[in-house]
Design a protein around this ligand. Sequence first.
Ligand code: Y12
Ligand code: CO
Length: 175
Amino acid sequence: MKLTIVEYPDKRLKERSKAVEKFDSELHRLLDAMYDMMIKSNGIGLAAVQVGHAKQVLILNIPDDNDGQPIDNLIEMINPTIIQASGETTYQEGCLSVPSFYEDVNRYEKIAVTYQDRNSIAKTIEADGLLSIAIQHEIDHLKGILFIDKLSYSRRKKFEKEYKRVQKEKKISKE
Ligand code: Y12
Ligand code: CO
């Protein structure tokens, strides 16, 4: 399955993802292709809507203490829901759909999430630290929300100006 990353301001990123009902080989092929794309792009998290599939599917592979990303640490979440959230934290987030930009975003510090794995088995995970932030970032994608939607009015204005400038430069350098 060939995938490409959908980049802001593509309207597909605003779509609300649909719940997965079939846990079949097509879903498994999507998950495998998303993993390849995430690793190839140096990402640590990816939602299916970022590769043009508006399904409630996300993957996460948080680097370990040696900055490695062993596949054993891969988490695949289908139809996730945050069931508990507490505390506050701020982290400078980045997103493969908003290349080259990093912004401080406020999130819950600790969360508990229910989801299904690729075989439809129900799971619950409690997360804090980077994993908690990454899960919240990816679940936002499933609702059509990007991290830049969480910025203050003035920071968003600044971002839009800078993003347009960088996109224009990229276009010129490709010509
Ligand atoms: C904390 C905050 C946000 C997340 C969501 C997952 N985000 C990513 O995986 C971001 C990846 C990313 C990779 C980039 O590419 C390279 O570093 C080569 C990148 O830079 C460019 O696009 C130039 C930006 C973002 C998880 C945890
Ligand atoms: Co993202």
